[in-house]
Write a protein that binds this ligand. Sequence first.
Ligand SMILES: Nc1nc2c(ncn2[C@@H]2O[C@H](COP(=O)(O)OP(=O)(O)OP(=O)(O)O)[C@@H](O)[C@H]2O)c(=O)[nH]1
Length: 362
Amino acid sequence: MISDKLRQFIKAGSNPSFSEEDNRRIVVVNLFGFTGCLITVFLSLRALLANEVMLGAALMIASVVFLFSMLTMHISENVKSHVFAANLLVVTLMTLLLYLIIMGGKANTGPIWILILPPVTLFMSGLKRGLWMLLLFLLVICTLFFVPGLSIVEADYAMDFKTRVTYVFMTVTFLSSVYEYSRQQTYAEIHALRQQFEHQATHDPLTHLFNRRGLIKQIEPELARAKRQQSSTALVLLDIDRFKRINDEYGHDAGDKVLQGIAVLLNNAMRQQDYVSRWGGEEFLLVLPDTSKENAYHVADKLRFEIAQTPQQFESFTIDITASFGVSEVNSLVDYDKALTQADKAMYKAKQAGRNTVMMSN
Ligand SMILES: Nc1nc2c(ncn2[C@@H]2O[C@H](COP(=O)(O)OP(=O)(O)OP(=O)(O)O)[C@@H](O)[C@H]2O)c(=O)[nH]1
């Protein structure tokens, strides 16, 4: 229960429509904004109680900015404002750290906090921009530490302390960069693999058309839109005639070639907004948005004619093909499953009527 609430809080503002990198940034800013705000408020109160008014005020301002960055992630749906909030958070942290270096912080230990900067900056701003920001920060701290007679540094640090802090800062920057680089590489590989799996799960490897799963995923929003607008969506189920004979006479490779040829023919013949899928072995399902079954009947008959007029080539063989069609319609009275059954029945009737025929559901 508590862990659910915590997860919700940390993920607040993320959205499945954002890229994974954007969602990751939101989570990191939420986490850092929250913990950063708590820590700086605590340190600020401690400083104020110890009468260190300037330090307390600086920490309090930082905590407000951290809170603001986090709230921006929660409230805004705009990715640009998320990037702005993340950069604001980094710049505030850098400013606070520079202030700590100048003033010394508690017992001159302020500079130690700069070690949190590399991972935070690279997390929030990415590798390239993050490294530039860190380089700039390194130049500033080197100036503050090593340029003699710089009057703005009030704290008195030992030279060994300054050099060690600088070395450790550079080492942590290097290690964080290596980590961020390998994280980005892994992310890119996982992203590519996921896209490959997604494609495999939704497409037929032989024809490269959508398979059942892919088609359903594609048309679900389309059917929802059609329902809202009360428009009809036509279904055309197409089955190649006597396909078993093609396999038996010319071999399975010839059958595969014919399926590929029909897929290309269908893809070329249909409108851009139509969906073409391989529904099963030698069956194809076409979905025609904003189309009545009467109009789809004419489309199917043209396809029937074109398939019959376009023999498929396999090696030296010319294979004549015909197909049978069943046409139905999804509308306010007939849902998708029912329309599919109707298209199947109509296609069966077309087979019974002698094949190379189009039949429309009642
Ligand atoms: N080459 C090839 N054949 C397939 C593929 N998928 C299914 N088939 C074959 O398609 C044939 C379908 O045969 P049937 O269901 O008997 O139908 P048909 O011979 O087309 O006869 P009708 O549909 O009645 O006209 C079977 O022999 C399946 O093995 C495939 O991916 N490649």
